[in-house]
Design a protein around this ligand. Structure first.
Ligand SMILES: Cc1cc2nc3c(=O)[nH]c(=O)nc-3n(C[C@H](O)[C@H](O)[C@H](O)COP(=O)(O)OP(=O)(O)OC[C@H]3O[C@@H](n4cnc5c(N)ncnc54)[C@H](O)[C@@H]3O)c2cc1C
Length: 379
């Protein structure tokens, strides 16, 4: 199914994951270390702008290629790979919907990762119902004055660039998703501040915090697209983002499975390897089957997005729902096969389970994926 070029890209990502991510993932998780230098090394391989145009340093690859890359990287460190997906998503929004000046100003730094990007949609009062956001941008001459806050923002405080969806317009036009606009807010802008780093179950090696706007003046030149287009851009970003997150689930669960398979062959109980028990064999067989199904579904959805087919949003939602649920279960079963050792940090599977759990929640919860799928079925 893969071209020679795709196999080469996949090999490059796998080698990087094995050498530069896997040996450090446990320590980064424990020390809550955000590995910016490693992210920049990854950018050197073209992974910070995978599906961005080549004009300003993007790699010009497809969503399918991105799925292969994130699957491979996440086998080394789920959270680092997942952060790279968010950076790609936010940068892609500037590449796709920004004007010539915005693209020339920001993309060279973003594709080399001298600039790190965050995606700011969620607010304390609006998560799944993101269109109900309350943060506001009020026009004042050639600036907007932003007030409000964004919750759970990955990279908050460390990132240089915040691609933020904020409500604009007057009282009538500003309601619902159609009143949302998209802004590039640079770190250092007066009135931009950050909340405390959240204490989390997983994804510990990247910061998650509020992004706060208090009379934060942003130039009109930093608005992406026209007023009112922001929500549409944010949702289009998420189609690809959901596939990337699913790819991170797949690569992680594959690694957990590989570890469980090795462990089952070497761990002995009742005078034989536990792999000799049919209960364990069936578990492994089901896990391998589930991974295969998840992989096929992800790749197919990525192809659909690459081809711009009308069903791309539904397929992305289906893949995100199925792959992240399936892969969480596979990783959890891998932990079970390790018995008590699976619960210890040394064997790493517990980190994988912790990291994968949030993939069922963010970029639209898996309940919201069902809402999207059902909406299309019933229309
Ligand atoms: C570690 C982490 C990193 C994140 N990073 C980012 C980021 O970088 N940028 C960003 O913008 N956001 C980010 N998020 C936010 C994430 O996208 C939201 O948490 C998610 O969309 C859910 O919103 P909520 O937490 O407000 O839950 P709620 O929307 O309050 O949902 C609560 C529960 O109700 C269910 N529910 C809600 N509506 C429906 C419905 N219509 N039908 C059925 N069930 C429903 C949900 O599925 C969920 O189970 C991150 C979250 C986490 C945990």
């Amino acid at each position: 199914m893969l071209s020679e070029e795709q196999i080469a890209i996949q090999d490059m990502a796998r080698d990087f994951a094995a050498e530069k991510l896997a040996p450090f993932a446990m320590q980064w998780d424990e020390e809550k270390h955000f590995p910016v230098d490693t992210l920049r090394e990854m950018a050197g391989l073209g992974f910070a702008g995978i599906y961005l145009q080549e004009e300003h340093g993007g790699s010009g690859l497809s969503r399918f290629d991105a799925a292969l890359i994130f699957e491979a990287l996440s086998g080394g460190c789920t959270s680092t790979a997942a952060y790279m997906t968010i950076h790609n998503m936010a940068s892609w929004m500037i590449d796709s919907f920004g004007n010539t000046a915005q693209r020339a100003k920001y993309l060279p730094g973003l594709t080399s990762m001298e600039l790190i990007a965050s995606y700011c949609l969620t607010e304390p009062g609006s998560g799944s119902d993101a269109g109900a956001m309350r943060s506001k941008a009020v026009r004042d001459g050639d600036h907007y004055v932003l007030n409000g806050s964004k919750a759970f923002i990955s990279g908050s405080g460390v990132s240089d660039i915040y691609v933020a969806m904020v409500r604009t317009g007057d009282a009538d036009t500003a309601k619902g998703p159609s009143g949302v606009s998209c802004f590039i807010v640079e770190k250092g802008t007066p009135g931009l501040s950050f909340g405390a780093n959240e204490k989390k179950m997983g994804w510990n090696n990247q910061p998650t915090a509020q992004v706060i706007f208090e009379d934060c003046r942003v130039s009109v030149e930093n608005r992406i697209g026209a007023e009112g287009e922001g929500f549409k851009f944010a949702m289009m970003g998420l189609d690809g983002g959901r596939l990337n997150i699913a790819a991170c689930s797949l690569g992680t669960a594959q690694r957990a499975f590989d570890k469980a398979l090795d462990y089952a062959k070497t761990r002995e109980q009742f005078g034989q390897s536990i792999a000799a028990f049919q209960a364990i064999q069936f578990k492994l067989a089901d896990m391998a089957t589930d991974l295969e199904a998840a992989r096929l579904m992800l790749y197919e959805a990525a192809k659909t997005l690459d081809e711009g087919k009308p069903e791309k949003t539904r397929k992305s939602a289906m893949a995100k729902r199925f792959v992240t649920d399936t892969c969480f279960n596979v990783a959890n079963e891998a932990l079970q096969i390790h018995g008590g050792y699976g619960y210890l940090q040394d064997y790493e599977v517990e980190r994988m389970v912790r990291d994968l759990r949030v993939h069922q929640i963010l970029e639209g919860t898996n309940e919201i994926m069902r809402v999207i799928i059902a909406r299309e079925l019933l229309k």
